[in-house]
Design a protein around this ligand. Sequence first.
Ligand code: BYC
Length: 472
Amino acid sequence: MAGTDYSTLIPNNVSLHENRRLQRALEDWQPKFLEWWRDMGPDGFQAKDVYLRTAVSVDAQGWAKFGYLKMPDYRWGIFLAEPEPGRQVNFGDHKGQPAWQEVPGEYRGTLRRLIVTQGDTEPASVEQQRHLGRTCPSLYDLRNLFQVNVEEGRHLWAMVYLLDAHFGRDGREESEALLQRRSGDADKPRILGAFNEKTPDWLSFFMFCFFTDRDGKYQLASLAESGFDPLSQTCRFMLTEEAHHMFVGEAGIMRIVERACQLMREHKTDDLRKHGAIDLPTIQRYLNFHCSVSLDLFGSEISTNAANFYTTGLKGRFEETKKQDDHLLKDATYRIAELDGDRIAMREESALASLNERLRDDYVADCARGVARWNEVIRKHGIDFELRLPHRAFHRAIGSFAEARVSPDGRVISQAEWDARHHDWLPTEDDKVYIQSLMQPVTEPGKFANWIAPPARGINGQPLDFEYVRLV
Ligand code: BYC
């Protein structure tokens, strides 16, 4: 693999200088990206110095460097993980053939659609989060927000590279369109549902990083199994950056839970609104919302698209190569939950058609591990409360449960019961107004908003009172 070239306009480890046509296409796209970043990226902080990490290589020992940067000067680059010599297509009808270095003609449209769908989420999340900087709970959190934002920008670059390098004119048109759709815009929305929701406050932001970025982890991991080798290499490196985004989410919610528990004990009350913090039932309602919209991102339980992605070798299962089966799945079955009249029952389905549901299962198990860590904090405070993942059928808009009304504990209920109870389960207008009232910026180094505990440690060994963003 080529070393990292930092001397060119676009840092890369793909020997971009050897492919003038591609280099020109990307250099032509770069100013449009920067224009989009200025218009839709973090509002109000473009001229500030931020303590950011930048990817400088794909070496596991030292892939990033830290330093102050103005965000528009971030070196968005193209990094592919090291190639695996002799890599093969590891599943589906082409199993055992050498992995493809070029797009197989017959799968061009499908592959392009997958890459575009992945790429579309990246700028969408930056758009969703663009106003959060103004209400940051600390400089530490502000810096983490911006770190997440610039890296989502880099992930967009990663997908645009694939489109421009492998899909000719169509790819370049898709690259342009990625900068034209807008999160939440009625006329030109982002492709997937969760990426058109608002992220209006920091509780939502941390939930988004925990639940929605984790969908990113599972989707990228499945694409990293792809028989199309450049996609695999690209996604493998993106996963390295993604880990920090999920950390921001999990640790952020943990600190909110910690602060809630401290105040509950100090004031011997559950009513934390008097004390300017976020009570556990409100956290549960936000959790229910973000979990359910993220569950939708896995698509329908039974999906011929998913079966085709697999059979054609384009998108594998999570940890495909660690699984001990035939990697064809033609005769295999998988148990999925489905609506059966007024109850939810398990049914054996074709394993190929159930691949979305299987990935959702892997995802739910991972989410549950994080929620258990939050509950550990509550337990240590001796408080009798447990945060729970909602049932997978709760509040769904995609798949077989979209038609049903289901409570968070998995009971199929009537519309009347839903109407009477959904305020207990999803954030209410009152909750949103209250959470918004807490969103007052705290920008003195080392200080944190009252509703969130400080983190255990700073970034890259820096102290908590480090000036993570220089505001003056
Ligand atoms: N909203 O067979 P179906 C991330 C569409 S997040 C709207 O059920 P399929 C990140 C679907 O497109 C990871 N539409 O599903 C996180 C299809 O439309 P077409 C993003 C939806 O195709 C945080 C139709 O419904 N990456 O990286 O098996 C911050 C029937 O589809 C939705 C990917 O998603 C929805 N929720 O699977 C930043 C990976 N769900 O094609 C970044 C690439 C389904 O009939 N995408 N539809 O017009 C895929 O693998 C698949 O497209 C999906 C859907 C898993 C999303």
